[in-house]
Ligand binder design. Structure first.
Ligand code: FPP
Length: 232
């Protein structure tokens, strides 16, 4: 493949449907989804994708049944604790993106520890969006810009520095699994020029082979950024 994107973002959708198809409780899909995620992050690292962002829990996901929310939070805490050593040894730099005020204390402590431990790592940048909303990301940037009393006009470049993902370039490729074709309040500013790949595969079935297919598709895209096609 000629072009390996610098940043790939994933909307990991279809865990519930994966479980339902197997007459399992929805949460079984999340457990399988975490295993799929591990393989995908390892693959991204192996092929040189420098930044990976995953939409693990959206702000609107608080509206799910309390039992599912609580399961997901515990699952993320457990997996983070389990994988942190290996991620650190592979030099991954971990960032949690989102509002930390509503997640439970133990998970918040674990996030803080993971970020501090990996802060100086130079390998893959792994952004995990929890209690994230693209709209809230933009609003928090506006509020901080006002607080900092920046000189006007604020440019796009300055604004982008206030977004929660400012340490990563904007994703060139976004992948959403499970056949849904929406952005669902994910990285609304950052996706301005991203290529968006929608596939039918449910997230727990999304493998490195599926990722390679998405990368092949990406390699055949002509990214014009508003200019006219070179072939015209
Ligand atoms: C969407 O499927 C998936 C989620 C809301 C959760 C994804 C989270 C993980 C895989 C855990 C990640 C863990 C770490 C440590 C980063 P859905 O439940 O909306 O599926 P459905 O649309 O079929 O109902």
């Amino acid at each position: 493949m000629d072009k390996i994107p610098q940043h790939v973002a994933f909307i990991m959708d279809g865990n519930g449907r994966w479980a339902k198809k197997r007459f399992l409780p929805r949460v079984a899909g999340h457990v399988k989804g975490v295993s799929a995620l591990k393989k995908i992050v390892d693959h991204c690292d192996a092929i040189g994708i420098k930044n990976v962002t995953v939409f693990a829990f959206g702000r609107e996901n608080w509206n799910r049944p309390q039992s599912e929310v609580s399961f997901l939070m515990k699952l993320m805490l457990k997996k983070l604790n389990k994988e942190l050593g290996e991620l650190n040894s592979k030099k991954a730099q971990i960032h949690f993106i989102g509002d930390r005020t509503r997640i439970n204390h133990e998970f918040a402590k674990c996030i803080e520890h993971a970020e501090q431990l990996t802060a100086n790592n130079t390998g893959i940048i792994f952004n995990i969006c929890v209690d994230y909303s693209g709209e809230c990301d933009i609003i928090q940037a506006v509020n901080r810009i006002i607080q900092d009393k920046l000189e006007l006009p604020v440019t796009e470049q300055i604004f982008a520095k206030y977004l929660l993902t400012s340490h990563s370039p904007n994703p060139e490729l976004v992948i959403r699994t499970s056949g849904e074709s929406r952005i669902s309040n994910f990285m609304l500013w950052q996706l301005a020029y991203s290529e968006i790949y929608f596939c039918q595969t449910l997230w727990p079935d999304f493998t490195p082979i599926e990722l390679n297919k998405a990368l092949e598709w990406y390699n055949n895209r002509e990214r014009r950024f508003g200019k006219i096609s070179e072939q015209l």
